[in-house]
Each structure stands twice: as structure tokens, then as C-alpha cells.
Design a protein around this ligand. Structure first.
Ligand SMILES: [Zn+2]
Length: 183
């Protein structure tokens, strides 16, 4: 992994994905509609879609309202995560990726492919955190709990109910990084 600045990363992503662009969620009617829909289908448990979440559709990354205030490294970690989804979309085609991500085998509760895609993308987030910060950041139990919660809560429409298996996945990724750590 190469330590890049945010601008270098943006350039690199734009080379790999010529249609790549960053759009503010607040400027997008579509995202505003999605926000309302998400509140309805999650019984208002997903209230932070506009403020806390970055959403990628196709090669457009929609940034949350806090984006500009976040540190450069935190934005880099997020963009590296989103780039994994853009690659998955190319691997499975747009339709295939969206269908599997949203609906297969179930849209809620047991969304196997959403879990699989997010595990790949969050693994990149964890690796980037270690690379740009330190191993101790991802070893912290608060970080672990945060990552695990993405999978089991309304944040991703309760994509996977088996908390233990998500914890095992997380610990496995961290273990690999610990083993690779020279210190
Ligand atoms: Zn993701």
C-alpha cells in the first residue's frame, strides 16, 4: 500500500473509473428521496444517511454533510472502501451487483451478498486504518464494536444477524495485520 494524499487517491480512482465523481448528498434530489425511503423502511432507525454515510452508486460517490469537516485520512479510508464497491460492480455488472447487494437472498435480515461485499470493502477500511494510523486503532474494542454494528444494525438494513461470525471475521482480519506487523 502506498501512502497517498487525498488528491492523489482521487486521481488514481478517476484513472481506473473514468466516470468517477464526487457529489454532495445535500445537492442530490435522488439522495434526498432515498433518505426518506430509508427512514420509512427502517421505521426511522436509519436517521443518519445524509450526515454520516457515504453512498456509492455506479461510479458516483455521494458524500455526507460532514465530509468537508472530516480529516483527510478519514476521507481516504472511506474512498478506498468505496473503490472496492466500484470494482465489485465491474466484476458483477451494475445490474448483477445491485441486485445481489440489495436483494439476495433477502433484502433484510439475511443479505448474504451485501454482507460479502461489505466485508470485502470493510477489510480495505481496516487495512487503510492500520496503514494510515496504527494497529492499535483497529485493536481497540470500540472500533471493533463499531465495525460489527454495521452488519447487525439498521445501518445496512440488518444485513447479517450472526454477530459472532462477524466478530470472527473482524478478528481474523486484525490477526492477519498483526502477524504482518514487523514491530
Ligand atoms: Zn460499503
Amino acid at each position: 500500500m502506498e501512502r497517498q494524499t487525498l488528491n492523489e487517491l482521487v486521481d488514481e480512482i478517476a484513472q481506473e473509473f473514468p466516470d468517477f465523481k464526487l457529489v454532495k448528498k445535500a445537492d442530490s434530489k435522488f439522495m434526498k428521496v432515498l433518505d426518506v425511503l430509508l427512514r420509512i423502511i427502517t421505521f426511522n432507525q436509519m436517521k443518519t444517511f445524509m450526515t454520516n454515510f457515504t453512498t456509492t452508486i455506479g461510479d458516483t460517490v455521494y458524500t455526507n454533510t460532514e465530509w468537508e469537516k472530516r480529516s483527510e485520512v478519514s476521507r481516504i479510508v472511506t474512498l478506498r472502501h468505496e473503490r472496492v464497491h466500484m470494482r465489485q460492480k465491474n466484476r458483477y455488472t451494475s445490474f448483477g451487483f445491485s441486485f445481489l447487494y440489495l436483494f439476495f437472498p433477502f433484502p433484510i435480515g439475511l443479505a448474504y451478498f451485501r454482507k460479502k461485499f461489505e466485508m470485502e470493502a470493510y477489510e480495505e477500511s481496516i487495512r487503510s486504518l492500520v496503514f494510515y494510523h496504527s494497529l492499535s486503532v483497529v485493536q481497540a474494542s470500540r472500533t471493533r464494536a463499531n465495525f460489527v454494528k454495521h452488519f447487525t444494525s439498521a445501518q445496512y438494513f440488518w444485513m447479517w444477524p450472526f454477530k459472532k461470525s462477524v466478530e470472527r471475521w473482524y478478528d481474523g482480519v486484525v490477526k492477519e495485520l498483526e502477524d504482518a506487523d514487523p514491530s
